[in-house]
Design a protein around this ligand. Structure first.
Ligand SMILES: *[C@@H]1O[C@H](CO)[C@@H](O)[C@H](O)[C@H]1NC(C)=O
Ligand SMILES: *[C@@H]1O[C@H](CO)[C@@H](O)[C@H](O)[C@H]1NC(C)=O
Ligand SMILES: *[C@@H]1O[C@H](CO)[C@@H](O)[C@H](O)[C@H]1NC(C)=O
Ligand SMILES: [Zn+2]
Length: 467
């Protein structure tokens, strides 16, 4: 009896691994070995059944049309742009939603990426529905308004349009894009030029826009997956990143706002650490946290990769509050603020660390604004630093969200010399002559937009809670 039972358990486990394997490929490292091999050129047309399952889903041309129509209809809160092209030359369209789209502001940015895997099309449909819902409701709904007015939301409905057209996981070169990023544990994909165009587009996008957090949408399971996705020794066990707590919190924001993700019997609370589920390497999620300064989740939003298109409105309803609450968490949780110089009032693009968490969040280059996601209901020691300046720290009780602006003093050891930050690039005499005027400009701007900070210039740290 016991034996039969364990066999049954084994069977159940195995079948669930197979289901997931379809999603988090078991062939993670060897998958790309076959890339570019000519056999893929003779794969032929998608089979009749795969043609049928796409019935009612947008084609790539229809998706492009939906994006452009959105841009026209909602032009006062959006901007349409492309971050590059797929292997076959299809533009990777992005919808940016904000009351000042395309304008850099001291606000956090979030990105949503759908259809990383060509055969997981639910996400791209939901993202178009999300954009339209925000457009239709940003005047009357407070959550939609909060998103439009206080942050920048960037939506890439399809990262892999070629794979979608082929109804398969990989891109046109049959590479799994979620195994194509540089990896922290193993030397793979380190030659960026050799990465797929879709992967390179994401990497340069992340370097260009300072995203605080993001999520990619997948199908084949119902769970919110968080870092790490891999382990040092390739074995499977729980392996949390330095921000494990914050990630569990963010993943729970998604699962708890979902119709029934948190009721999962397979995944406690509807969330899972990637490495404890199935380790993968070269994934986009870990790359974002390690190299992009961006907290990324991998969201599995449907057990069935191709539910009937008639179910899409229902699946959207199931995910709507999750998507909105996750995006809004950038405004509703964590410590945020700006860093200034005490001598000029100029914003200092320094960095923020939290005592006990081995991770650095960089402030934005233009406004020196930072957004540090943290689990609410705890006390944190927040430190701001900047080369050439003395670091400062403050202790904050984080109800839900708190603001801490820092005013740093130049390091006296460096007094007389120009702070390194200003002269990182070429510091010829001409640039030095321009400098005082440049500082004055910043000073005035800071005076206008951030009175608290400049008026209080002698106070070491201005910290207030606005939970
Ligand atoms: C955008 O336009 C709509 C319709 O004209 C208007 O109701 C809304 O207030 C505008 N939104 C913003 C953020 O300006
Ligand atoms: C969630 O609801 C859907 C639709 O009713 C169902 O198919 C699925 O099994 C449910 N999942 C969980 C974890 O309850
Ligand atoms: C902090 O993380 C870095 C990698 O980002 C690692 O090299 C270093 O050893 C870690 N430090 C501690 C004290 O764990
Ligand atoms: Zn996937």
């Amino acid at each position: 009896m016991k034996l039969i039972f364990s066999l049954l358990v084994l069977y159940l486990n195995f079948s669930s691994v197979l289901t997931r394997g379809a999603e988090r490929s078991l062939f993670s490292t060897s998958f790309s070995d076959f890339s570019g091999s000519t056999r893929h050129l003779f794969e032929g047309n998608p089979s009749e059944t795969s043609f049928d399952k796409a019935k009612g889903y947008m084609t790539n041309a229809e998706l492009e049309k939906a994006v452009k129509e959105f841009g026209r209809r909602c032009s006062n809160i959006s901007r349409i742009y492309s971050i590059g092209k797929s292997v076959s030359g299809f533009p990777l369209w992005v919808i940016e939603i904000s009351d000042k789209p395309g304008v850099e502001e001291p606000e956090p940015a979030f990105k949503f990426i759908g259809n990383v895997h060509g055969d997981e099309p639910v996400g791209r449909e939901l993202l178009i529905l999300l954009a339209n819902w925000i457009c239709d409701n940003h005047v009357k709904d407070s959550l939609a308004r909060l998103i439009v007015e206080n942050m920048h939301l960037h939506i890439l409905p399809s990262m892999n349009p070629d794979g979608y057209a082929l109804k398969r996981r990989g891109n046109a070169n049959n590479i799994d894009l979620n195994r194509d990023f540089p990896d922290q544990f193993f030397p793979m994909n380190n030659d960026e030029e050799a990465c797929q165009p879709e992967t390179r587009a994401i990497m340069s996008w992340v370097r260009q826009i300072h995203f605080t957090a993001s999520a990619s949408l997948h199908g084949g399971a119902l769970v919110a997956n968080y870092p790490w996705d891999g382990t040092q020794d390739k074995r499977r066990y729980y392996y949390g990143c330095p921000d494990d707590e914050a990630f569990q919190f963010l993943a729970s924001v998604y699962s708890r706002s979902h119709y029934n993700m948190s009721l999962s019997t397979e995944f406690q609370g509807g969330i899972i650490n990637g490495a404890s589920w199935y380790p993968i390497y070269g994934g986009m999620q870990d790359w974002n946290y390690v190299y992009g300064g961006c907290f990324e989740l991998t969201l599995e939003i449907s057990d069935d990769k191709w539910p009937s298109a008639e179910e899409l409105p229902t699946i959207w309803e199931y995910n709507k509050m999750s998507m909105l609450n996750l995006v809004a968490s950038l405004v509703k949780t964590g410590v945020r603020g700006r860093i200034f110089s005490s001598d000029s009032g100029r914003p200092l693009p320094g960095s923020i660390t939290i005592k006990g968490i081995n991770y650095t969040v960089n402030a934005g280059r233009a406004f020196a604004d930072y957004y540090r996601l943290l689990t609410p209901g705890k006390r944190y020691e927040v430190m701001a630093s900047m080369p050439g300046y003395k670091p400062k720290s403050t202790s904050i009780w984080l109800e839900e969200t708190a603001t801490a602006d820092f005013i740093l003093d130049p390091d006296s050891k460096l007094e007389g010399s120009t702070p390194r930050s200003i002269c990182d690039c070429s510091c010829d005499s001409k640039a030095k002559l321009v400098l005082p005027e440049f500082l004055l400009g910043f000073h005035m701007e800071a005076t206008l937009s951030s009175t608290t900070v400049v008026v209080d210039m002698t106070a070491p740290v201005v910290a207030q809670n606005w939970g």
